[in-house]
Design a protein around this ligand. Structure first.
Ligand SMILES: *[C@@H]1O[C@H](CO)[C@@H](O)[C@H](O)[C@H]1NC(C)=O
Ligand SMILES: *[C@@H]1O[C@H](CO)[C@@H](O)[C@H](O)[C@H]1NC(C)=O
Ligand SMILES: *[C@@H]1O[C@H](CO)[C@@H](O)[C@H](O)[C@H]1NC(C)=O
Length: 449
C-alpha cells in the first residue's frame, strides 16, 4: 500500500516536471529574453572565500607561520574556504585563527584578524557558488545542480542568471549600529538587482536564496522603499531559511561544531565559530522559540531562548553579550513583511537538534541531544516562523512548500526539490498572473522517501 502511494507520487512528480519542461520549451522558443532575471544568494559557508596575509599578521604559532597555507597564488591570495587541509588537525587551528572575527566595542563593529585580508571571488557570477572548492567538485558541490536546472530553463550566467557571494562570517546589525561588511554586501546586491533588471528590459528580478541568504534578502527588501521593491523585485523564493534561528547554533556556541566533518575537533573551531557575527544572528529568536521550552538543560538550570544572555555568559563567552543585546536582539525583534510575493521551500521530517543536556554543567563536553522535526539543521518552528508571525498581514503573499525527507542542503540537489524550485520559477515567469497566494502549504515527498 505504502509502496503503491510512493510510486503514485513519483509518477505525479515526473508528470509535473514534464509539464514544466513543456512550458519552458514554449517560452524559450520565442526567446529566453522572456525570463525574469534571477539572482542566487547563498547561505552560511555557501561560497568560496579567499584570503591574503600582510606583514601585520602574526600567526598563532610557528607551525601555522611556516606551513599554512600550503598553496598560495603568486599575488599572495589563497583559498580560505573551503580548503581541505582544514581537515588535518594541525591545520585546523591555523584555519580557525585566520577565519576568526573580532568585535571592537569602540568602533561598534566586527573586523578580520589584523593582517588577514579577505574577498569573495567573482561577485555577480554563480561561479563561486557551484563548488566550495572547484578542485574537489564531488565533495564540495553546493549549487551546481540547481544552476544546471536553471540553465535547462534557459537561464544563462551573466545575462539572466547572477550570483551574489558574500563574506558569510559577517552579519547585519540593528539600525544605528555600523556593520561595514554586511552593509556593503547589501549595497552590492542592490546594485546587482538594479543592473540585472536594467539589462533585461526593466523586468523585475526573482531572488532565490538559500538558508542565511534569505535573512539578508529580507533585510535588503525592508531597508528599501516599497516603490523600489515593486519596481525591481518580482518574487522572493527562500530555500531552507532559518527565519527564527536554529538550535544547532546553541550547540555551536556551547561546544563547537565539527562543520559536519567527523575529523574536525569541535573545540578547536569553537572560538572561531563564536566570533562570527552571522552565528550570533542565527541563535534561536525568543519571539519564535518562546520561553516555555527549555532549549538547554544543565545540572544547575535550564535556558529558554529568552535566557540567551545568561547562556552566553555561562558557556564562557561573555564578550558575546554586548553585541548580542545591542546589535542582534533589536534586529530580530520585529520580522517585517516586505509585501513582495514570497515562496518558502523547506525540507521536513529530518532529525534535528531540539534540546541539549549537559550532565556535568560542563560545556566542553559534547551534550546529550534530543532531536525533533526539521530539516536536519533548522527546527520546524523556525522554518515556519513567517506563517505565524505574519498571519494578519493582508498584503503579504506567502506560499510554503514542504518536502518530506529533504535536508537543509540536499534541497539544492534532490530531484523532487529541484522540480519544485524550477516549477515555481516557471510559474513566476508564466504570463498568466496569479493572485495573492496566502499561506498555501503544499507537502511533497523528497526523492529518498
Ligand atoms: C552596476 O552597473 C554599474 C554601471 O555600469 C557599475 O558601475 C556597477 O559596478 C554595477 N554593479 C554591479 C554589482 O554589478
Ligand atoms: C552550578 O552551581 C554550583 C552551586 O551553586 C556552582 O558552584 C557552580 O559554579 C555552577 N556551575 C555552573 C557551570 O554554572
Ligand atoms: C495593504 O496595502 C494597502 C495599499 O497599499 C494599505 O492601505 C494597507 O494599509 C495595507 N495593509 C496592511 C495590513 O499592511
Amino acid at each position: 500500500m505504502i509502496k503503491h502511494q510512493h510510486h503514485g507520487l513519483k509518477i505525479g512528480t515526473i508528470l509535473i516536471m514534464m509539464l514544466s519542461l513543456a512550458c519552458t520549451f514554449g517560452v524559450s522558443s520565442s526567446s529566453s529574453n522572456n525570463l525574469h532575471p534571477l539572482i542566487l544568494i547563498p547561505g552560511n559557508g555557501g561560497n568560496q572565500l579567499e584570503a591574503k596575509l600582510t606583514s601585520e599578521y602574526k600567526a598563532c604559532n610557528w607551525f601555522c607561520e611556516r606551513w599554512y597555507p600550503l598553496v598560495k597564488k603568486k599575488d599572495g591570495w589563497f583559498r580560505l574556504w573551503f580548503d581541505s587541509t582544514v581537515l588535518l588537525a594541525p591545520f585546523t587551528q591555523c584555519f580557525a585563527d585566520r577565519m576568526k572575527l573580532h568585535y571592537d566595542t569602540h568602533r561598534d563593529d566586527y573586523y578580520n584578524t589584523p593582517g588577514v585580508h579577505t574577498r569573495v571571488p567573482q561577485f555577480g557570477s554563480t561561479y563561486s557558488l557551484l563548488y566550495l572548492n572547484p578542485r574537489l567538485k564531488h565533495a564540495t558541490e553546493y549549487m551546481a545542480r540547481l544552476v544546471d536546472s536553471l540553465q535547462q530553463l534557459g537561464y544563462s550566467d551573466g545575462e539572466t542568471l547572477f550570483g551574489s557571494p558574500y563574506d558569510f562570517r559577517y552579519g547585519l546589525a540593528a539600525k544605528g549600529h555600523p556593520s561595514q561588511v554586511g552593509s556593503k554586501f547589501l549595497e552590492d546586491l542592490k546594485s546587482l538587482i538594479e543592473n540585472a533588471s536594467t539589462s533585461n528590459g526593466g523586468k523585475p528580478v526573482i531572488l532565490l536564496s538559500h538558508s542565511l541568504g534569505g535573512l539578508f534578502v529580507l533585510q535588503l527588501l525592508n531597508r528599501n522603499p516599497p516603490s523600489w521593491r515593486k519596481k525591481f523585485v518580482k518574487h522572493f523564493i527562500a530555500l531552507s531559511a532559518p527565519w527564527g534561528g536554529a538550535m544547532d547554533e546553541m550547540l555551536t556556541f556551547a561546544s563547537g561544531n565539527s562543520l559536519g566533518v567527523p575529523l574536525v575537533e569541535p573545540l578547536i573551531v569553537r572560538n572561531e565559530q563564536r566570533s562570527c557575527e552571522s552565528n550570533l544572528w542565527l541563535l534561536p529568536n525568543p519571539k519564535v522559540y518562546g520561553n516555555s521550552t527549555p532549549l538547554v538543560i544543565t545540572q544547575n538550570r535550564s535556558y529558554s531562548a529568552y535566557d540567551m544572555v545568561d547562556f552566553l555568559k555561562d558557556i564562557g563567552f561573555p564578550e558575546g553579550v554586548y553585541p548580542y543585546e545591542t546589535r542582534i536582539l533589536p534586529l530580530i525583534e520585529n520580522i517585517v513583511a516586505p509585501e513582495v510575493p514570497m515562496t518558502c521551500i523547506i525540507g521536513t521530517g529530518v532529525r534535528t537538534v531540539e534540546s541539549l543536556f549537559y550532565k556535568n554543567s560542563d560545556f566542553d563536553e559534547q551534550p546529550e541531544v534530543l532531536y525533533g522535526d526539521g530539516d536536519g539543521t533548522v527546527n520546524m518552528v523556525s522554518l515556519l516562523a513567517l506563517q505565524s508571525l505574519w498571519k494578519d498581514e493582508k498584503n503579504q503573499s506567502l506560499e510554503v512548500i514542504k518536502i518530506d525527507g529533504v535536508t537543509h542542503t540536499s534541497i539544492l540537489k534532490d530531484e523532487v526539490a529541484l522540480g519544485e524550485i524550477v516549477g515555481e520559477i516557471n510559474r513566476i515567469n508564466s504570463p498568466i498572473q496569479l493572485g495573492l497566494r496566502n499561506f498555501v502549504v503544499n507537502t511533497k515527498m523528497g526523492s529518498d522517501k
